[in-house]
Design a protein around this ligand. Structure first.
Ligand SMILES: NC(=O)c1ccc[n+]([C@@H]2O[C@H](COP(=O)([O-])OP(=O)(O)OC[C@H]3O[C@@H](n4cnc5c(N)ncnc54)[C@H](OP(=O)(O)O)[C@@H]3O)[C@@H](O)[C@H]2O)c1
Length: 233
């Protein structure tokens, strides 16, 4: 109870559902949403939420917004298609690493990073390499606890139009039905897993959750799936 948290990337698909989970969660009394633009929330859900609009290119001048917050959640990201190669690296590497550095220096104890399946600093491909580099840099920052989530294809009704991803989601629907924890994960499942990890004690300072572990953390079980399937028939 009475914990405080911040979320960067709270307007994105994972970030949005994470904020819903944080609003419902009893353990947080203060949630600071840090982003480049403000969004509207219902009056009654707004009580524990504070929004802070910052310039991520000048993040050091906004250190006070990170001050004294126990838990940090990072759901930042863009695509090469939307932002270009340099723009992708700036958001998915620089903004993430700089947010984590500032959070650490302002007292954050537990940092949660949404990375990606396949993250690998030695990859020759921009996306997995960037994700892998970020993971390594965060591991070196000395958080009391660092939780890294590596989701596979995110299943959601994405507001932004991304044709390739939409096609992949369509093609993966039958795979998701047959093998739910394999190469897809609903954004709600990722958010639930992040909250569960936060409230579960850990004796490891760094923990990495792959796609299946994210499902398990969020409460997925084969017996529950069989029951859900039976109810659908
Ligand atoms: N898509 C997938 O299937 C998939 C799979 C595995 C892992 N991931 C990773 O999971 C993470 C979350 O994904 P998502 O789909 O939830 O992301 P998303 O919907 O694209 O949201 C990204 C967030 O980052 C913010 N952002 C983007 N560019 C920014 C900029 N220049 N300055 C400040 N903020 C910026 C966005 O703010 P605005 O709303 O203001 O743009 C938004 O809050 C990402 O790191 C992604 O790479 C995605």
């Amino acid at each position: 109870m009475n914990k405080s948290a911040f979320v960067v990337g709270y307007t994105g698909e994972v970030g949005k559902v994470l904020v819903e989970e944080l609003i419902d969660s009893k353990i947080f009394s203060r949630v600071v949403l840090i982003g480049r633009r403000e969004v509207k929330y219902e009056e009654d859900t707004h009580q524990k939420l504070e929004q802070k609009v910052i310039d991520f290119d000048d993040i050091e001048s906004h250190s006070s917004v990170f001050s004294g917050l126990d838990v940090g959640y990072c759901c930042l990201g863009t695509t090469r298609g939307k932002s270009g190669k340099d723009g992708f690296y700036k958001v998915d590497h620089d903004y993430v690493v700089n947010s984590a550095k500032l959070a650490k220096s302002e007292g954050c104890k537990h940092f949660n990073l949404v990375s990606s399946q396949g993250a690998n600093k030695d990859s020759s491909l921009l996306y997995p390499k960037t994700k892998g580099e970020v993971e390594e840099e965060l591991k070196g920052m000395g958080f009391d606890r660092l939780s890294i989530y590596r989701p596979a294809l995110l299943m959601c009704n994405r507001q932004e139009s991304r044709w390739g991803e939409a096609a992949a989601r369509f093609l993966m629907k039958p795979v998701q039905a047959a093998f739910p924890t394999w190469i897809t994960v609903p954004t709600k499942t990722v958010a639930k897993a992040m909250i569960t990890a936060t409230v579960s004690p850990s004796n490891q300072s760094v923990e990495v959750f792959d796609n299946k572990a994210i499902h398990l953390l969020a409460g997925y079980s084969k017996s529950k799936k069989s029951k859900d399937d039976a109810e659908k028939k």
